[in-house]
Design a binder for this molecule. Structure first.
Ligand code: SF4
Ligand code: FES
Length: 379
């Protein structure tokens, strides 16, 4: 397809040259996923649970002592080390210093004539110990959620819509395989029972220069939309739904058109292809209309327009490797690429002497830039 001269199909002269496919260097750097206060959370939780279960004066003393140390550490971290001012940390700090240090101080400094702290305060020891335990555990919970929410950590971003394998928005690589290990399955149809217990999964976004990364696993697939805009439709006035027998279509033809129409535009074919080619997608969109009688009148214009747009985007060329059809969750056959090439060659031959440029490829080279249309081309 790339051997066809650009001026024949009206490509923009100012279009920037193709870039080599980047293997991941456009991806964002990994985010820090550690918890600064995780040791404190573990110490508070463990001590709190033990103090609750034991419920004795010793548990009260050890719990309040540990809570005091953690509270003083938080105070030192905030005042001296310049730690962040966060409600989720400052409130536990005040509680730990006020309640735990106060309890420990009472136990250490008050003369009680040989009676326990519980007896001295008029309660039993278990109630006091569980009071300290409740403070420790609630402080651990507050610090834990503060780490997640106030550090600005977010869950991994991914795209989804239908969750039943028909919209094509959810795709990404799982352990290096587009849409994961199950054949003919989109990511949204995968469940964790498709993996072993404890198995490590590596998830990555589609990697293709034509699909710039937006965030985490979300990529910009508008290049596909522009290819469809260039001809993937039938522009006739449809009126009311026609009678089913108005156009008699053989079963084989209907089946082939239906198979091609199953493409959901997910982009797995591009991600799986070593050339990042979108030939299978474009072939499916050209074939499912071109096979049926309703799509025949615009067959030439459609093939020229969509292939022109395909060549304008940053996709690679098809070299018939076949990875695309293996990765495709809808099992679109390679036959659609042959159909596209046939349509395109025939249309190019028929239009070879035409002065009129029949298509207007659009370019949009980076996310956020304005869509540009070749002003010199006529449609
Ligand atoms: S051809 Fe298959 S893999 Fe490619 S976009 Fe369509 S459904 Fe997805
Ligand atoms: S969410 Fe629609 S195909 Fe997966």
């Amino acid at each position: 397809m790339n051997a066809v001269p650009n001026d024949h199909i009206g490509l923009m002269q100012s279009a920037p040259p193709r870039r080599d496919r980047l293997l991941g260097n456009e991806l964002a750097a990994p985010r820090p996923l550690y918890f600064v206060y995780l040791p404190l959370v573990l110490v508070l939780s463990f001590t709190g649970v033990v103090a609750w279960v034991v419920g004795s004066e010793v548990a009260t003393v050890i719990g309040s002592f540990v809570g005091s140390l953690v509270g003083l550490y938080l105070l030192w971290d905030w005042l001296i080390k310049g730690g962040g001012t966060r409600f989720s940390t400052l409130i536990p700090m005040g509680l730990l210093i006020g309640y735990c240090l106060g309890s420990f101080n009472t136990w250490a400094t008050t003369t009680r004539n040989g009676i326990s702290l519980g007896e001295f305060t008029g309660n039993d020891d278990a109630v006091l110990a569980r009071g300290v335990a409740a403070v420790l555990i609630s402080c651990a919970i507050s610090i834990f959620f503060g780490e997640i929410i106030e550090r600005g950590e977010e869950p991994i971003a991914f795209e989804h819509d239908c969750r039943e394998g028909i919209c094509g928005s959810c795709g990404f690589m799982i352990n290096g395989v587009a849409h994961g290990p199950e054949k003919a399955t989109t990511v949204c149809q995968l469940t964790m029972r498709h993996f072993k217990d404890g198995q490590e999964l590596v998830v990555e976004p589609w990697r293709a220069a034509a699909f710039p990364q937006i965030k985490d696993l979300v990529v910009d697939r508008r290049a596909f939309d522009r290819i469809i805009s260039a001809g993937g439709y039938v522009s006739v006035s449809t009126g009311n739904a026609p009678d089913g027998n108005t156009h008699l279509i053989g079963k084989d033809t209907a089946d082939r058109a239906m198979d091609a129409a199953a493409c959901i535009g997910c982009g797995a074919c591009v991600a799986a292809c070593p050339n990042a080619s979108a030939a299978l997608f474009t072939g499916a969109k050209i074939a499912h209309l071109g096979i049926l009688p309703q799509g025949k009148p615009e067959q030439d214009r459609r093939a020229l327009g969509m292939v022109a747009q395909l060549n304008t985007e940053l996709f690679g060329s098809c070299t018939n490797i076949g990875e695309c059809t293996g990765a495709c969750p809808k099992e679109i056959p390679l036959e659609v690429i042959s159909a596209m090439n046939r349509d395109y060659l025939r249309a190019s031959w028929k239009k070879r002497d035409d002065d009129v440029r029949t298509v207007r490829p659009m370019t949009e080279w980076s996310t956020g830039s304005k869509l540009k249309i070749d002003p010199n081309a006529t449609s």
